[in-house]
Write a protein that binds this ligand. Structure first.
Ligand code: HEM
Length: 196
C-alpha cells in the first residue's frame, strides 16, 4: 500500500514553515536589519538541508532500517525533490537580500561553487518530469541527477564542517549545539548513502 503525500502539500508545508520563520525573525528584538537577514539566510538553509537529506538517503534508510517511517520517506522521495529546490530557492532570496544589504563579499571560490550547485539544483528541478527523462534518455538523466545530489550533499556536509571547525560568528552555545546536531545528521546520512 502506498502512502504518498502530494507534491503540492509538501510545497504548502514548506511555505507555511518559511512564513512562520520569517515572522519570527522579523519580530526578533535586539537585532538590526542586517542581522535579521543573516539569520534568515541561515535558518532557511537548515530545513532545506534536512529535506534534501531525506531525499538523498531515502533508499539507504529504508534498506538499513525498514519500518513504516522509512517506507513513507522512500515512497515520498520523488515528491520531495522539488520542494527541496523550492526551499533552497528561498535560501537564495534570503542570502541575496543579506549580501545586498550587508555588502559582504564572499571568496570567489565559494561563489563559484555555490553558483554551480544552484545551477545543478535548477537543472535537476527542470528535468524532474517523465517528459524530460524521455527527451534526455535515462542514462544522461541518471548521470545528471547522481552528480547533482552528490555535489549538493558534499557542499552541505562541507559548509557545516567548516562552520563547526571555525565557529559561527554571532552564534551562541545553543546555535553551536544545533549546528553539531545538524552536522551529525548530515554526516550519518551521507555515509549511509555512500555505503548503500
Ligand atoms: C553563490 C551561492 C551562495 C551564496 C552566496 C551563499 C551565501 C550564504 C550566506 C550569506 C549564508 C548565511 C551566512 C552564514 O551563515 O555564513 C549562507 C548559509 C548557508 N548556506 Fe548558502 N550560499 C550559497 C549557496 C549555497 C548552496 C548551494 C548550499 C547548499 C547546497 C548552501 C548552504 C548553506 C548552508 C548549509 C548555510 C549555513 C546555515 C547555517 O548556519 O545553519 N548555500 N549561505
Amino acid at each position: 500500500m502506498t502512502n504518498r503525500v502530494s507534491f503540492s502539500k509538501w510545497i504548502g508545508f514548506i511555505t507555511v514553515l518559511s512564513a512562520t520563520l520569517l515572522l519570527w525573525i522579523v519580530s526578533m528584538e535586539g537585532s538590526d536589519q542586517t542581522e535579521k537577514l543573516l539569520f534568515w539566510s541561515r535558518y532557511t538553509a537548515r530545513p532545506s538541508s534536512l529535506v534534501f537529506m531525506l531525499v538523498f538517503t531515502a533508499s539507504a534508510l529504508n534498506y538499513f532500517l525498514s519500518n513504516r517511517g522509512t517506507q513513507f520517506i522512500r515512497q515520498n522521495r520523488r515528491n520531495l525533490g522539488l520542494p527541496f529546490a523550492y526551499a533552497h530557492g528561498i535560501h537564495l532570496v534570503a542570502l541575496s537580500s543579506y549580501m545586498w544589504v550587508s555588502g559582504e563579499q564572499r571568496t570567489p571560490d565559494s561563489l563559484i561553487i555555490g553558483t554551480l550547485v544552484y545551477l545543478m539544483i535548477f537543472a535537476m528541478a527542470l528535468t524532474s518530469t517523465n517528459n524530460a527523462v524521455a527527451k534526455m534518455g535515462l542514462v544522461k538523466w541518471k548521470r545528471l541527477h547522481r552528480i547533482g545530489v552528490h555535489s549538493i550533499a558534499f557542499v552541505f556536509v562541507l559548509i557545516y564542517l567548516v562552520k563547526l571547525l571555525e565557529g559561527q560568528p554571532q552564534g551562541g552555545a545553543s546555535d553551536a549545539a544545533m549546528l553539531t546536531l545538524l552536522y551529525g545528521i548530515l554526516l550519518v546520512g551521507y555515509l549511509l548513502r555512500v555505503v548503500h
